[in-house]
Design a protein around this ligand. Sequence first.
Ligand code: BG6
Length: 504
Amino acid sequence: MSSNTTSEPTIFIIFGGTGDLNARKITPALYNLFLDGWMPKQFSIIGTGRTQLTDEQFRKNMLDDINQFSRSGKADKEKWAEFEKNIYYQASDVKDAETYKEFGKKIDGHNAEWKTKANVIYYLAVSPNLFPIIASNLAKAKLAEDKLKTRIVIEKPFGHDLDTAKELNQLLSSIFNECQIYRIDHYLGKETVQNIMAFRFANSIMEPLWNRNYIEHVQISVTEQLGVEERGDYYDGSGALRDMIQNHLLQLLCHVAMEPPVSFNADEVRDRKVDVLKAMRKFTPEDVRMSAVRGQYGSGWMQGKEVPAYRDEPKVDPQSNTETFAAFKFFVDNWRWQGVPFYVRTGKRMHQSSSVISIQFRDVPHLIFPTEAAESWQQNRLIISIQPEMSIRLQVQAKRPGIDMVLNVVDMVFDYKGTYSQQAPEAYETLILDTMLGDQTLFMRGDQVEAAWELVMPILSTWQHKKSLNFPNYSADSWGPEAAEALIARDGFNWFTLPVNGKK
Ligand code: BG6
């Protein structure tokens, strides 16, 4: 996101160094930043975890991770040799004060060697119950004293509900200034998500149309073919509302609904997003009944493979009431959006993996063409495809070539693949670079997280008190429960799906 290219000498301390997130996302991101010349000349990556490993063993693990997960493919021998010199490992017990003394020594060692005071980034890629322990121990060991040079990165989930999110915010702000706290929502680092703001605010033709006078409804849909995989222990205590809606989907909604910021400044952008969350209509128990749908997947076949029901997944309660699908009709009560429904859905084990925003414009005020000419009539739509396709398409009516007047829908397309030759960076590359540069635009501010929790709390508590009686209510490889179709069909619309490789 940043256009500033120089980052200062930096020491990363990665808690959860032997974990899955480090393997799949953080390590490949750091390596790709290095390949693309974004890492500072002097940097050090110190992985830490409970497992006893030597530096060499940790380096070998990181190399394997890069070879398996990096977007740039297998590591280049020479580049890797250069990169690995900067990697270290320290086995640690995060509850033990000694651990932090060791980190202190390592930091001092690098500072002495580099003859500077490096930035230190504490990256908490650990289970959320360890966030407060690590933050407090960093403070006790006086490793967070320098407000200009130390930063903390917190992965999601940030809190389990509003109260726990507030508690964590309070604790963090007793140790760090807000400008040192980087709360990750990795959707904000996605290239296509960042582009929503560019598309809206760098083009003059969008703004006059971007309101209730021209937009009939908005759909935000993030569907995944994957089930819960090995994450049953975390997911069963979370569910789709906490795992996806409270953060990723609400952030997408904010990008669509926010007012133009005065400048591209972290606080200014985040202020405008908080405004949206605050303007969103809170659900009453009756709204939960009418405008919210939850689902849980049953067994089925996906791409020729039989897959288990959610309740039969490893580490999931066989009677679980956790939702793996959630759909809502939201409203944003302000001048721009009054009366425009925002339909939002997400689910696991769905027919397609795709994240798409569809903005449907109002119909023409009067149709001048005969009905035969307008057989496949469809209102204009703007489709922002976030993944796997990365594109923006405007669907308009056009005359089909021929001597008769027949209209059909055509797409005006901006497709990343066809337009740019370079690969888009992974979200984690953007976010890690921004952390080094001190740019918080793409990170969640404390009040933003709390506003999002405030919005979902009435739904969470209604669902918690009223168990669903019909789980599982959708089969794997479907589009979710029928009630989700009804939610939108009642208003005369249907969920938009983008054909993937020509298939819906
Ligand atoms: C994570 C959720 O935040 O986002 C996962 O915890 C989900 O459950 C993932 O699968 C989706 O991210 P992406 O980038 O694959 O769309």
